[in-house]
Ligand binder design. Structure first.
Ligand SMILES: Cc1cc2nc3c(=O)[nH]c(=O)nc-3n(C[C@H](O)[C@H](O)[C@H](O)COP(=O)(O)OP(=O)(O)OC[C@H]3O[C@@H](n4cnc5c(N)ncnc54)[C@H](O)[C@@H]3O)c2cc1C
Length: 368
């Protein structure tokens, strides 16, 4: 089949699927993305991206649209029992915070511009390593390349039977977007990302992430077995008792229904089988400690699409080489994130050492 006529079926319109589809579209493939939801929208609330994914956004032409909708907080501050233990700047490494809505919208725009066909209400139920997907409607669609970017509960992965080890974390998080309300918070450096950890009288954490002038992302962490801490809508009395200085942002948070999500680490024996490749949380879901899940998803989606596009012969073998190229750095990030989630040792501060920033520093566009 000639390069011009190559076709990809991409499952899932999250950050991984949209990135891979855009690169393939830009490289001359015909691409269809299947999204099971009735509308194109992200899961979650806000997000921090680092150099790896920011370089990908630049390479696909989506960065300029995102820049005015995001910000660079001056410091990543860690507080324990409301005492500052560290303020990190990562030696000038590029990073930005934003709402997931802003990131998702610029990726959808980039995919549409690249000629990608986006189908909503289109659930894929199985995939075949020889290059086909079956939709919930019963339709079977063939492709030169199938990408399973359908998240942590991937049907592409599970229908093919990829072997995996899954470890669930003992903590979970409720993620919300609330008004900044900076003026109500009193004196302080309220443009910083602030990671508030409390171990007394109970384990609770508020990750405070300004996204722009108006919107604040807060991630409220509590142990899975803490019924009050993990309740949604949030139990205002519990959270204000533990973080009284944050009442102006916790009060509007309590008016949103929200969702408490656990998180997990999925390590697969392989990310590819035949001409099916898994990318993002379907292949390498990780705990959010280092804020690298989407960064790895977008970086790996980019290099996957480049590898498939430069393949002129045995695509299945080239997908295996792509996995070998990316695997080590992603595996190390997953295990470091799992360690921090297990030990809760991010509360000590100064966790973003050069080693811990390995994936954040990596530039997938220089390699692909
Ligand atoms: C609390 C928390 C905080 C985080 N913070 C950060 C952060 O700051 N920075 C960072 O880089 N990462 C962060 N992450 C990780 C990041 O959110 C994920 O790694 C990333 O969103 C994964 O993207 P994805 O495209 O692989 O999967 P998803 O975002 O899960 O997208 C999958 C898509 O596929 C669709 N889908 C699912 N099944 C099917 C099907 N069968 N057919 C069709 N469509 C289907 C879904 O509806 C969805 O749209 C965080 C994660 C958590 C839990």
């Amino acid at each position: 089949m000639s390069k011009e006529t190559r076709h990809a079926e991409v499952v899932g319109a999250g950050f991984a699927g949209l990135t891979a589809a855009t690169v393939l579209g830009q490289k001359g493939w015909t691409v269809t993305i299947h999204e099971k939801s009735a509308e194109l929208r992200p899961l979650g609330a806000g997000i921090v991206l680092w150099n790896n994914s920011l370089q990908v956004l630049k390479a696909i032409g989506a960065y300029d649209a995102l820049e005015p909708r995001s910000m660079v907080p001056p410091f990543y501050e860690t507080r324990s029992q409301n005492m500052t233990v560290s303020k990190e700047t990562f030696d000038g490494l590029p990073w930005r915070s934003m709402t997931r809505k802003a990131l998702h919208e610029v990726l959808v725009e980039a995919a549409a511009k690249a000629g990608v066909e986006l189908k909503v209400d289109s659930e894929v139920v199985t995939a075949d390593p020889s290059g086909s997907v079956t939709l919930a409607s019963g339709e079977v669609r063939s492709a030169d390349l199938v990408i399973g970017a359908d998240g942590v509960l991937s049907k592409v992965r599970d229908s093919i039977g990829f072997e995996q080890t899954r470890t669930k974390s003992r903590d979970g998080i409720t993620r919300l977007i609330v008004p900044r309300n900076k003026e109500l918070l009193g004196p302080g450096e309220w443009d910083n990302v602030i990671d508030f950890w409390n171990f007394e009288p109970r384990v609770l954490r508020v990750l405070y992430v300004p996204c722009n002038d108006d919107e604040l992302y807060i991630a409220l962490m509590s142990p899975v077995d803490d019924k009050e801490g993990s309740a949604v809508p949030i139990n205002l009395d519990v959270w204000v008792e533990n973080f009284p200085h944050l009442e102006p942002i916790l009060t509007p948070a309590a008016r949103i229904h929200g969702r408490y999500d656990g998180y997990q680490t999925n390590v697969l024996d392989n990310w590819t089988n035949g001409v099916v490749a898994l990318v993002g949380d379907s292949a390498h879901a990780m705990c959010p400690a280092l804020a690298q899940g989407a960064g790895c998803a977008m970086g790996n989606a980019y290099t996957l699409a480049v590898a498939a596009s430069t393949s002129t012969g045995d695509l299945a073998a080239d997908l295996v080489s792509w996995e070998a190229q990316e695997r080590g750095i992603t595996d190390r990030c997953q295990s470091r994130s799992a360690y921090f989630a297990e030990t809760r040792s991010m509360a000590k501060g100064n966790q973003f050492t050069t080693e811990m920033l390995e994936t954040a520093i990596y530039d997938p566009t220089a390699r692909g």
